[in-house]
Design a protein around this ligand. Structure first.
Ligand SMILES: NC(=O)c1ccc[n+]([C@@H]2O[C@H](COP(=O)([O-])OP(=O)(O)OC[C@H]3O[C@@H](n4cnc5c(N)ncnc54)[C@H](OP(=O)(O)O)[C@@H]3O)[C@@H](O)[C@H]2O)c1
Length: 245
């Protein structure tokens, strides 16, 4: 009983939180929310300029690291030192081509970064991570809702969810979770022309029980829940406006 009662909800105050992908979108919202709760936040991204600008705007530390480059991840965690929570939101941008037109070599490269890049980040962080800390990865609704043109994203996001569950067993008592966003209005959609993007958001939103697509801060709240709730591990937390229904 004593152990159960003592294992209360963990505050982020003065905790060291590293967000790989924190220069934009959901990762940036996680960094902002964690900082708002008193965490000492480091954001990491592969673009030095964008990472520096975001870090200055957020008032956090910004370091360069590429999920596709293990050496840069090792250097990141050497520079950070001890940390309590690792969040990985970084992921490649990938469209939704029909399977017949799918560039399988490009899909392999994207899969490599999203799945094995996340695994490399966790392995590089491991010697520095507090045993009572956490890792939170990012998948996406298509992991369990395949559609035409979704193959690459369905496969890579399903694999990230499997990775999270396997690591939760393997690395316990460190907790490992995955947040699965539905369509969320972030820079992730910047390659789509604004009018087309807005029409897409409106169409998707109209088909959701929530009646709209998501905001980055709403998805970020799930990452904070995963970081601060000691009884949550091996979970996939869906934040998708009801998109899986
Ligand atoms: N937004 C959605 O609708 C949605 C839906 C489902 C799932 N997701 C997933 O949620 C995650 C976050 O997406 P988001 O919407 O926040 O997108 P975002 O705004 O594009 O953020 C992704 C961040 O990751 C960085 N990044 C990309 N490749 C990287 C690499 N190899 N190494 C280090 N950093 C890298 C990007 O930097 P650059 O800008 O410099 O490339 C960017 O800062 C992604 O994994 C995405 O697949 C998003």
């Amino acid at each position: 009983m004593d152990r159960i009662e003592k294992a209360g909800g963990a505050s982020l105050a003065d905790r060291r939180v590293v967000v790989i992908g924190g220069a934009s979108g959901i990762g940036r919202a996680v960094a902002e929310a964690a900082r708002g709760q008193g965490a000492r936040v480091v954001i990491a991204g592969h673009d030095a300029g964008r990472t520096r600008i975001a870090a200055e705007a957020l008032g956090v530390e910004g370091l360069v690291a590429d999920l596709g480059d293990r050496g840069s991840l090792d250097a990141l965690f050497r520079a950070v030192g001890s940390l309590d929570h690792l969040v990985v939101t970084a992921g490649p941008q990938f469209g939704s081509p029909a399977f017949a037109q799918l560039d399988l070599a490009a899909a392999r490269r994207a899969f490599e970064v999203k799945l094995w890049g996340a695994a490399e980040a966790v392995q590089a962080a491991l010697p520095h991570l507090a045993p009572d800390g956490s890792v939170t990865l990012t998948s996406g609704l298509l992991s369990r809702r395949a559609g035409k043109g979704s193959l690459a994203k369905t496969v890579m996001n399903a694999a990230v969810e499997a990775l999270g569950k396997a690591l939760a067993k393997e690395l316990a008592p460190l907790r490992v979770n995955v947040v699965s966003p539905g369509v969320t209005a972030t820079e992730n959609w910047r390659a789509v022309p604004a009018a087309e993007r807005d029409a897409f958001f409106a169409k998707v939103g109209a088909g959701l029980p929530a009646g709209r697509v998501g905001r980055a801060d709403e998805v970020a709240a799930a990452f904070l829940f995963a970081m601060t709730t000691g009884f949550v591990t091996g979970s996939v937390i869906d934040v998708d406006g009801g998109g899986l229904l």
